[in-house]
Each structure stands twice: as C-alpha cells, then as structure tokens.
Design a protein around this ligand. Sequence first.
Ligand code: BGC
Length: 338
Amino acid sequence: MIEVVKHIDDSIHLISMKNEQLEIVVSNYGCTIVKVFMADRHGHVDDVVLGYDDFNQYQTLDAYLGALVGRVANRIKKGEFTLNGQTYHLAVNNGPNHLHGGIKGFSYQVFDYEIKDEKTVQFHYLSKDGEEGYPGNLDLTVTYTLDGDCLKVHYHATTSADTLINITNHSYFNLSGHKENINHHTLQIHASKHACVDADGLTTGEFRDVTGTPFDFRQPALIGERVDQDDDQLKIGKGFDHPFVFDTQENQVILTHQDSGRQLIVSTTLPQAQIYTANYLDGRVGKYGEHYYARDAICIETQNMPDAIHLEEHPSTILKKGETYDEITSYQFKVIKS
Ligand code: BGC
C-alpha cells in the first residue's frame, strides 16, 4: 500500500510504501529515503537507515542522508569540465572540487510525483539547462517499487543537449537499527579492484587489486576488522570512501548484521559503488534524538566512475542528446532466520 502520510509543506510530502515485510518512508524532496522499517529474526522492528526527525535538516545539512544525488554524484576535479569543446564551470563545494551535483543538486530539489499503483511511486524532475552549471535540460524519472522484501529504484533520463549524469542514492544503512555502529556488520563486495583517491577524496585514476589488502571483501569480512587497518588509502579516506569496481552483474554487495539476522543485498546495473563508512559524521543529531558519528552507517552508492569525465577515455558519465540513461539498483532487505 502507498499513501501520503505527511505534508511537510505545500510541495514536500512524506510517502509511505508498505507491505507485510517492509515499510519505507520516502519524500519527493530529493527522492529521499527517510525511513526503512524491517523486522529482525525475532520479529522486532527497527529503522535501518539514518535520517532526521526535523525535515529542515534535510534542506540545510550536507551529509545527503537517504538522498538521491545528481546530476553528477561524487567529485569533479576543480569543478570544471570540457564537453564538445566547451568548458563548463561548476560550484567548487568540497575542498578544491565539485561534489554531489553542486550547491543545490538533486538532493535539494522538489520532485513531482505520482502514486502509480499499490507498489509503485514515480518521481519526476526537470533539471534546467545551466542548473548548477551543467548543460542541457535533463529530464529525470525515478521509480520506486516495493515488491516483497525488495525496493527497486529505476532511474531514467534524457537530455536536450549532451551533458553529464551519474545518479546514486546516498542512504546510510545500519542494520542494527543504530543500536551499535557498523563494526560488527559483515560486508561482502564482489569486486577485485578499487579506485584510489587523493587527500580531497578525488579519484586519481589509479586502481588497485584488492588481493591481500583490507579492501578485499570478496569473502565476507567484518567492517570493524578492516576499516582501521594500516593502509595508505584507508588513512587518506579516514576509512572506506572509495569506488569498488564490480566483477559481477548482480548481487554485488551484501551487508549482514548477524546479531539481528538482517541482511541487505544490493544489486545494480551500474559498474561500481562508492563504499563510504560515514567517516565525516560528527555527532549531529538525527532521528529519535540519536547522535551520529563516523562508522555509524555505511553508504553503498552505486554509480559510474567518479570524475569519469577526466579519467576515462570514453567517459561513462556523458549522456548524449538522443540517448537514454537507464539504470536500476535494488535493495533487498532479508531476514536470516537461523
Ligand atoms: C563522499 C564522501 C562525502 C559524503 C557526504 C560520499 O559520497 O564520497 O567523501 O563526505 O559523500 O557528502
């Protein structure tokens, strides 16, 4: 069942998507995933994503809790790129670089929406030519479908002129229901290489084989046993804040919290995910009056290569006029009974 449960104001609403397994509360503000209620193996229900009680915090703070991020997720070097011979200037809003679509990226925009049926809500946003410095009118439709224990997110976009696009969702997952941090969560990522970043979090173009490093999650490993290891890339990122390049086409990331029996399986058509262990959360107050610190959650930001426009020969983030951006990421929230 899908119903509007709250009007934050005239244009911003909270929408509940509910079935026997899950209740997911989303907003048309930034397509934000506000709450995900799921049972543990004993039937006890908790909210497994971070967020805010006061909606104003989504509009004013910078951690992108639960938000859709775009037009281009992650960093663009020096907030500048050249496309078809023309140079575009973007906001420099993260050290020397552009981050997450700029000052007022998609995370901070109000989407139109329509409840399509009892499982599906569809959001729509037209990003105008020149918005945040990007060329082309970008017409974006995002469809959230709740089916059993799975939330499917479908992104579809076209543009009136060649542009860049790299959309992700920035949910902060904590399967304990934020009873503890994520150190006792087990992570599995089907990725045999990761991208390196510099001190500003910008991808450098270097990739490393994960073999023999704390980045090797091909077999499940506890996050807490890895995240503070002596590794130059972990030090530079203050934890994991790196793109992992997938080896498989589905079920690429599996996050498990043994004590509760809760498991999240992320499956995507995209080639990578930025894995971010909430390194910059600094004690801000979130939902239920709880304070959020580094390692309190993990973001699994499925996307194309950050800064692809500068690093790839044929940048995966270019969307040409006449082409379609069409990607799906699904989040399966499973309960392991034994
Ligand atoms: C980035 C982090 C950043 C966080 C919140 C992540 O996607 O990689 O470096 O701090 O988003 O903005």
